[in-house]
Design a protein around this ligand. Structure first.
Ligand code: CP3
Length: 357
């Protein structure tokens, strides 16, 4: 593979609605589009690099991480790049040993007060310095906006306590009400770490950040209010002075929508279970991002086009950033991704809806 990151022709993107305009609340004539996991196993060029280097080397080597970040932009007319990394990346500097297979595995889970006390809060410069270098390399190679990201404290904690991905994180759900003080200490440390990590990324040049709360939906409203919201507020308040817009993603969390009303975020990213019209009514204000079911991309092209237009239609009436409801699946045909992006760019959001309600 080449380790250089040649400049990309982004001229196709210049006259299109920009991600930054939509995140500023502008009801743009076309929806900007990017896709969660847009760099990943569905791309043969990603698999070739992964086979050669392995996931962690890819993330921690700036030239490779920058190249992988740019791979989907070379193929598709995407309106944003997302840093190639993982939500678990900053935890290494806090003293957690993590492996990927392919999801994160924590051989020594964090469950007791002593486990939490043994973690350390690294300084900004100590947290994944290779990420800052990756960001600089991507920014110098493309004018397409670059999205940085972090895991929300609750979602980071699910992995740390459970020890890895699990179907429904039952151990974590039992632990949270059993070890409330330890939980709060862990979540506060993760909040401080996340603030430092996001400020580092912003300082290095990301133009947008996304907070991934993939497992927020596991909690009921009261638990989310206690263990999720205060930490989210603290993170959002800490990054607000930078002026960098923040997108908050919670998966399977429509029961928490009203709890999210007061979150000072520029955009809410929602999964496919709740249509955007309903979300906009429940949470008027922020830009909406989403929300095609990633499984639809495994269907024939005509089904992809129809479902994509339905999402675009539902996104009318306010600012919309087109995305999937969760990450691209590895078995997704790249041709369907190209067709999806064309459909989004050809859809005039200001023309009367052609679809009957
Ligand atoms: O979206 C992007 O293209 C940017 C890169 C990115 C990755 N992980 C790369 C990755 C981002 C934004 C993430 C975030 C992430 N990581 C989340 C939040 C989003 C979500 O999916 O809910 C979570 C929960 C993780 C933890 C994690 N890392 C899991 C569950 C897995 C396995 C998932 C899978 O796809 O099998 C990983 C590994 C991982 N992170 C891969 C990639 C491309 C797959 C690695 C491989 O190629 O084997």
């Amino acid at each position: 593979m080449t380790t250089s990151t040649p400049a990309i022709d982004t001229s196709r993107a210049t006259d299109r609605a920009s991600l930054l305009a939509a995140l500023a609340g502008e009801d743009t004539p076309t929806a900007p589009v990017w896709l969660m996991r847009q760099a990943g196993r569905y791309l043969p060029e990603y698999r070739a690099i992964k086979d050669r280097y392995g996931f962690w080397t890819m993330i921690s080597t700036p030239e490779i991480a920058a190249e992988v970040t740019l791979q989907p932009l070379k193929r598709f007319a995407l309106d944003a790049a997302i840093l190639f990394s993982d939500i678990m990346t900053p935890l290494c500097a806090a003293g957690v040993a993590i492996e990927f297979s392919p999801g994160p595995i924590i051989a020594e889970p964090i469950r007791t007060a002593a486990d939490v006390a043994a973690l350390r809060l690294p300084s900004v410069d100590e947290i994944a310095p290779f990420v800052a270098e990756t960001i600089a390399a991507v920014r110098s190679s493309t004018s397409t906006p670059l999205i940085g990201f972090a895991g929300a404290p609750l979602t980071l904690a699910t992995y740390l306590v459970e020890g890895g991905a699990s179907g429904d994180f039952a151990r974590f759900r039992a632990w949270l009400p059993s070890e409330r003080e330890t939980a709060t200490q862990l979540l506060e440390l993760l909040t401080d770490l996340t603030i430092r990590y996001l400020l580092m990324q912003i300082g290095a040049g990301v133009q947008v950040v996304q907070l991934f709360d993939s497992w927020a939906g596991l909690l009921d409203r009261a638990s989310f209010a206690r263990h999720g919201l205060p930490h989210l507020h603290r993170i959002l308040e800490a990054i607000a002075p930078t002026g960098v817009p923040c997108i908050y993603l919670a998966v399977g969390a429509s029961h928490l929508l009203t709890s999210m009303r007061d979150l000072p975020v520029q955009a809410l990213s929602v999964d496919w279970r709740t249509d955007l019209r309903t979300v906009r009514r429940a949470v008027p204000g922020p830009t909406l991002q989403g929300n095609l079911d990633p499984a639809i991309l495994l269907a024939p092209a005509s089904v992809v086009a129809e479902a994509t237009e339905r999402v675009l239609d539902d996104g009318r009436g306010g600012a919309h950033v087109f995305n999937l409801g969760h990450g691209l699946r590895p078995e997704t045909p790249p041709d369907n991704v190209a067709a999806l992006i064309d459909t989004v760019h050809n859809f005039d959001r200001h023309q009367e809806a052609g679809r009957s309600a």
